[in-house]
Write a protein of this length. Structure first.
Length: 672
């Protein structure tokens, strides 16, 4: 992600560079390019010459391989029919506010795709992607590498502030070069001839699966700010609307923009192309062979986190936010930024390496006291009894982050801080163990958080076969020995009866079998005696949460416990003005994918029902669901637990100055 000052330089440079592996052997000279072969034309172009239409022509030229399509469809259908935990819950109609997602029968949708006679390979895979996206389940995803090798970028980044009680779309920043391009904060009246806000809401509902809440989807579509751990500052973030791996429907986007009282200006902005292609190709056949075919894993490579203990201590994956190709995109941009910064400061004296660099003070009204890998600690000068804990990710090692969290809270305490704002905006989740210890830091308990999160798994004949072969042997997610029996004094299971004695639920009009309620537990970090001296410990009145709803996975588990269990009040910002907004999103459960599930069967030494995928692909899905205490509705669909206590609007002042936002929350929460 880029600073606004470097964005123009980086984006123009990014188009001119092709990502290749270091020390790769020279590629053999390809045969002459046929000007009638669209992929040949694309493969022969320099990265700076590639156009949107070149990519469209190549994608559309790949013919459907019926055998490949059949194998792909079989695996996708099996995963969502046999393992997907929300197959039935997704069909629940008329979800209450703040949810607005429709009832989806994913099996019916997939089977419609299976009956369709395709000729275009790209259309087949894109229809599967759209079907899975329609679940609005951020833990479910379908990513095919060869159709995400090119990124498409718009120069205008947009946001939707509320000014004088009216929500409009405006330009957050403009990365295009030129003195005539001064569109920051100008009004965007229309997009492609449609009212701009209406257009963006519709696009977010069709393309983004981050939440069942349309307001959270709108927040995800637009630009905002994020905490950059490298510079320890807040920076402007790319938007999901303006940076895409999926092929946009048109070569340009048309905007009508008005700056102040000036006459509206019509702009037609082309999609700029960023290539992430690793291999060479000279025609359709070699495009498929070199960009689509799966690569053989090196001998001895890890197969992923297979054990339940690894899942409890490990990441709740958020594939929809950061699939592998998106991580390559971010890494590529970071490298370009580093190169640009090094060039800009080549004459500067090197900083000493023997002393730590003090935190950069970005805000005149708040002191940055320190940071961890997922946290930052700010002390408000205008309200010195208020500290702000920015928790921007749970993708951090608990053994380091928990002591660092307590260290930062001690620094607050030493400065006389008695009240906390915890900022979760844009937090995609991460480690369950860190989530558990975070809740325990504010509300100490002797029980691991998961004990209060009853869970269950789907039960099918395929899963029962896997469970029988796994018991006591694999430590995998389908090994019942890893779970406790709620009906037997929380003792560990001594056989696979968890899967052999299922219960029946009817959800969305369909009846299926699930395991008994269970959970997995682990040890908490030792409680620091200093916690008892903090004014916010076990005191919800002295804590507030700030969120934009993009608080998912492990972040959602923390937010749920703080708000619904411990009654901490939450402020949610953005979304659709006048409507409620979720405090968190995609609480989900244990997340897996086609590769890991294959590993479960391999570890159990039985045949997997999943066919090998012909293309390099990742199919993500949750396979375990969690419940709030005493609830019969999976937390993912327990809409009554999602609304925030207070609503805030983005404005032209707080959107690009986090300090303004923090002052608004703390003044409202603790004004005398």
């Amino acid at each position: 992600m880029l600073t606004s000052s470097l964005k123009s330089l980086v984006l123009s440079a990014s188009i001119a560079v092709l990502v290749t592996f270091a020390n790769a052997a020279p590629a053999p000279r390809p045969p002459p390019v046929s000007h009638l072969d669209p992929c040949g034309i694309l493969g022969a172009k320099k990265p700076s010459e590639i156009t949107y239409q070149n990519i469209v022509n190549c994608y559309r030229a790949v013919p459907l391989n019926s055998a490949y399509a059949a194998a792909t469809f079989s695996t996708v259908h099996t995963l969502f029919n046999e393992f997907y935990i929300f197959k039935d819950s997704a069909m629940i109609p008329h979800l209450q506010a703040p949810f607005s997602s429709p009832s989806i029968d994913i099996i019916k949708k997939l089977e419609t795709i299976g009956r369709t006679k395709y000729t275009s390979d790209y259309r087949f895979h894109d229809d599967i992607r759209k079907a899975i996206n329609s679940l609005y389940d951020a833990h479910s995803s379908y990513n095919v590498d060869c159709y995400s090798q090119y990124y498409f970028l718009q120069s205008l980044a947009l946001y939707a502030p509320v000014i004088n009680n009216v929500q409009t779309v405006r330009v957050f920043f403009d990365s295009a070069a030129g003195p005539q391009r001064k569109y920051e904060n100008c009004l965007v009246r229309t997009i492609n001839g449609v009212d701009a806000l209406t257009y963006l809401k519709t696009w977010a509902d069709e393309e983004l699966n981050i939440s069942h809440d349309a307001g959270v989807r709108l927040n995800a579509a637009l630009s905002s700010q994020y905490f950059d751990i490298k510079t320890r500052t807040f920076k402007n973030a790319d938007s999901r609307f303006g940076v895409r791996a999926n092929l946009p429907p048109t070569a340009t986007i048309k905007y009508e923009i008005q700056c102040g009282q000036a006459k509206p200006v019509a702009l037609e902005e082309p999609w700029r192309v960023l290539s992430l292609v690793k291999g060479k190709f000279h025609d359709v056949k070699s495009f498929v062979e070199n960009t689509c075919a799966p690569q053989t894993a090196p001998a001895g490579s890890a197969g992923g986190e297979n054990t339940l203990r690894d899942v409890v201590n490990g990441r709740l994956l958020h594939m929809k936010e950061e699939p592998a190709h998106y991580k390559r995109y971010l890494a590529y941009k970071e490298r370009l930024v580093a190169e640009a910064e090094a060039k800009a400061h080549k004459d500067a004296a090197p900083a000493p390496t023997h002393a730590p660099t003090p935190p950069k003070q970005q805000f005149p009204g708040a002191d940055l006291l320190g940071t961890g890998n997922g946290t930052a600690f700010y002390h408000l000068k205008s309200q010195p009894d208020v500290g702000v804990l920015v928790f921007h990710t749970f993708d951090a090692d608990s053994e380091y982050e928990v002591p660092n969290l307590i260290k930062g809270l001690k620094a607050f305490h030493d400065l006389g801080v008695t009240k906390l704002v915890i900022d979760f905006q844009g937090n995609p989740g991460g480690y369950v163990n860190l989530a558990a210890n975070t809740v325990n830091t504010f509300f100490p308990s002797n029980e691991f958080l998961a004990t209060n999160l009853a869970s269950d798994l789907r039960v099918t004949p395929v899963i029962q076969q896997l469970a029988a072969a796994s018991f006591g042997l694999t430590g995998g997610i389908y090994d019942a020995a890893q779970y406790i029996d709620f009906d037997n004094n929380n003792q560990a299971y001594t056989d696979d009866s968890l899967f052999l004695q299922p219960v029946t639920y009817t959800r969305g009009g369909r009846t299926s079998q699930y395991t008994q309620r269970t959970t997995a537990t682990d040890a908490l970090a030792p409680t620091d005696p200093a916690l008892a001296t903090f004014a916010w410990t076990n005191n919800a009145a002295n804590i507030r949460i700030l969120t934009d709803g993009r608080c998912g996975s492990s972040c959602a588990i923390v937010a749920h416990h703080l708000t619904n269990v411990h009654k901490v009040e939450a402020y949610a910002i953005g979304g659709n003005y006048g409507n409620s907004l979720s405090t968190y999103s995609f609480a989900g459960g244990t997340v897996s994918d086609n590769k890991r599930i294959n590993d479960f069967f391999e570890d159990a030494k039985i045949a997997s029902p999943l066919k090998p995928l012909p293309y390099a692909s990742t199919i993500g899905l949750p396979i375990l669901e969690i419940y709030a205490h005493g609830s019969a509705v999976p937390l993912e669909y327990d809409a009554a637990l999602y609304p925030s206590a207070y609503r805030m609007a983005y404005t032209d002042s707080n959107s690009q100055d986090r300090l303004v936002m923090w002052d608004e929350v703390s003044s409202h929460a603790w004004s005398t």
